[in-house]
Design a protein around this ligand. Structure first.
Ligand code: CP3
Length: 348
């Protein structure tokens, strides 16, 4: 394998190079735990403005990069961002979260959805990703991301965040053909959107199927896995060299199935021991994770011990250090800084 120093660290590791430490970034790296973000949010209260006005989205994406120097810079956006482009408007409301009104409940609504044309519907993405690439150069890897079909369908059908997913599961178990049609349309739109992100500059992409861990393994194989595979196959067909990461929250019972999607890296939460995850996934696939985000509320010694424990259990190479889910809102910024410093000073 050719070793090039102008290729950023995370991208090299994601392509399978063994480096002298694991690269590190954090899910939800930009956002409310940062004072700088909260100040900007006071000035620009609309989430859609902050994520769809390129100047704001670029500035927010770069806040944690300037503060902590992570190996990855994820574009500031949301998994719901492409939905208006296929005909599903949304908003994100303070203290309530995502709202989709009207929610998708009927065949007629599904029939009316449009294929995604990212250049006309999501023009801000090109400027955000191109500028991020220019700004970070070879000092970090620019990450794009999408939500997977099941998780996007869950928001669109429930209309908001849900605890028990009663509405989408009722549809799954009583009108499966209708849900399958919706998932298919979402998968095709997401694949188009991922290809577009890569064409605009994303060097590694992550698919979040955050709520697919709420499915029993047999339902996961029916309603989540085939559509994750459909996205991965379509993206790999045109962009085979872009590493793909898959994240699912609560994935300990379906880890082996995640490896069947065709992604390069499986992002694991903290409910599975990293050494066990490695064993179960095998040597041919990378891992990302897996500190409990609450570890960052502990003492510095505790945080250091947990980082070392995870890195050792993951073994040399094929590991991207990360949390097991997004960084939490009230996390002390100095502990985030300590997390990155400690991770970057580690040597195998
Ligand atoms: O800079 C980055 O790291 C990108 C950050 C990011 C956001 N959303 C910004 C955001 C990412 C990676 C997402 C993905 C996302 N969005 C997921 C998958 C990741 C996961 O956590 O499992 C999901 C499930 C969503 C849907 C969503 N959007 C939720 C659950 C929320 C939080 C609602 C709330 O208010 O607690 C959002 C809103 C959102 N997306 C915020 C941020 C920073 C908070 C709103 C704000 O800052 O005003």
């Amino acid at each position: 394998m050719t070793v090039s120093t102008s290729v950023p660290y995370l991208l090299r590791a994601a392509r399978g190079e063994v480096l002298d430490r694991p690269p590190v970034w954090m899910m939800r790296q930009a956002g409310r735990y940062m004072k700088e973000y909260r100040d900007l949010r006071d000035k620009y209260p609309s989430f859609r403005d902050r994520s769809e006005n390129p100047e704001l989205a670029i500035e927010i994406s770069l806040q944690p990069f300037r503060a902590f120097g992570p190996d990855g810079v994820i574009m500031f956006s949301d998994i719901l961002t492409p939905l208006p482009g296929i005909g599903i408007p949304f908003d994100i409301i303070e203290h309530r979260g995502p709202v989709i009104d009207p929610p998708i409940r009927s065949q007629e609504q599904i029939n009316k959805l449009q294929p995604l044309e990212p250049e006309s519907k999501l023009p801000f993405i090109r400027e955000i990703l191109q500028t991020l690439r220019r700004e970070v150069g070879d000092r970090a890897t620019v990450l794009g991301f999408v939500g997977a079909p099941w998780t996007l369908a869950a928001y669109a059908i429930e209309g908001k965040s849900s605890k028990d997913y009663t509405i989408i599961k009722s549809m799954a178990f009583s009108e499966p053909a209708m849900l399958h049609q919706f998932l298919e349309k979402l998968a095709d739109a997401i694949a188009i959107y991922l290809r577009y992100q890569i064409d605009c500059g994303a060097q590694v992409v992550q698919m979040f199927d955050s709520w697919a861990g709420q499915l029993s393994p047999q339902d996961f194989e029916t309603f989540a896995l085939p559509y994750q595979q459909r996205v991965v196959q379509q993206v790999k067909a045109t962009h085979p060299d872009t590493p793909m990461i898959l994240y699912i929250n609560g994935s300990a019972g379906i880890l082996e199935l995640m490896a069947k999607t065709g992604v390069d890296i499986v992002s694991v939460d903290w409910t599975v021991d990293m050494a066990v995850a490695r064993q179960r996934l095998g040597a041919n696939i990378g891992v990302q994770g897996n500190l409990d985000p609450c570890v960052l509320f502990g003492s510095k010694d505790f945080i250091r011990d947990r980082i070392l424990d995870t890195v050792r259990k993951a073994g040399k190479g094929g590991h991207i250090l990360n949390l097991g889910h997004g960084v939490l809102q009230n996390t002390p910024e100095e502990n985030v800084a300590f997390f990155f410093e400690t991770a970057k000073s580690f040597k195998y």
